[in-house]
Design a protein around this ligand. Sequence first.
Ligand code: ARG
Length: 473
Amino acid sequence: MTRDGQPASGSTGMWGGRFASAADPLFRAVNDSLPVDWRLVEADILGSRAWAGALARAGVLTHDEAARLHTALDAVLEEARARSSPPTESGAEDVHSWVEQRLIAIVGPLGKKLHTGRSRNDQVATDLRLWLREALDARIAELRALQRALVALAQRHAADHVLPGYTHLQRAQPVLLGHWCLAYVDMLERDIGRFADARLRGNQCPLGCAALAGTAYPVDRHALAAELGFDAPAANSLDAVSDRDGVLEVLASASICAMHLSRLAEELILYATDEFGFIRLEDAMTSGSSLMPQKKNPDALELLRGKAGGFLGAFVALLATMKGLPLAYNKDMQEDKAPLFRAMDELSLCLLVGTRVLAGVTFDPNRCREAARGGHANATDLADYLVERGVPFRDAHEHVGRLVRLAIERGVTLEALPIEVMRSVCPEIGPDVAAHLSLEAGLARRNAYGGTSVERVSAALAEAHARLEAAGP
Ligand code: ARG
């Protein structure tokens, strides 16, 4: 600022006294962050309002001054909300200086008192945490919506709708569609847990830590933290202004969540192929080919799969930026915001798209059942049948392996092998074997907790449904 409070031309705006010349345009190009950190404007104003109150309670400002600052900050907030793009024409270096600039323009010299005992270092750390809190709440709500879409997908198909379950992408054992849906519900529940953890750990207030050593004014940081909805003030000023763990945790958690979405997307992509033919995707969420008239491509799902890489990139980028930084604040840390904002926007889009695609997915019961019956996926059931008749499991495995080979040679299913053939390999096999090998019997036997019997899956679905209802919209 110059003496009359106007921003100096070129930006030495906030520290003009010490500098003889204005900033070089190239310096400004690398240094200014307003276009990126503009998204923190509401959080910055919220924090500034609370700081004005804290200064008044500390006797640094009069209550009347704090009230005037509050009114002016409300006007700045309105002005910010009315804008459709960052106010780059203001010449402000970052969002914090823009708010201060507008405040001074509205209330005059009193506006210059607000920065007493505060630094942009504790300010930006506080703004980020306030912003993240809201972003995490929004992502958690979107994750719940995706979980609801998975439960709804299971519920609009029959309770005994069966799919082949795979290991190594080879048919392994049949599983219920509901079981498959709930596998993803559980993954997403862990994602919600990671976001909730990050929110909890990050809910400590850096404001009042000033530049690095703590504020020199008798501010009640506990009251300030409570006013801003934090659980406590951050305990160490050096750490608080230089800690970006919360951002890193969120980027790591977002990467894991995006990995889950990519797995879901990949399975749906496979299931939508003619080769699998398990599902139909709604036209509105697919695209055609400019050349091949018959094509219906799962582009939205491919993008869900493909975007997972970007989240990991954002996490690795910031982790590498933070590595080796000495205490306390360093400008390197300004590079946290672009990857964070982008990751949160992308994750929101992916969660909405995933939810929307699932709403239009229909599984073909006949095709799925036929596939679940194939691949000798009841071989384990035959081994279990022999175990029930006293054959040790390892021997049973060996006998059944021989029978599978015979069935493959004859091009039939295991249960279609003549009983004499079965008995020639394993005399313990009796005429009741066919009933034991049916799809229904195999599913029903998997009735231990966590298994894929109709009874277990129906109970798990009902429980998930109730839990999601109780979690609210
Ligand atoms: N734009 C900065 C950032 O995002 C704000 C903090 C600036 N602090 C400073 N000492 N230059 O990190």
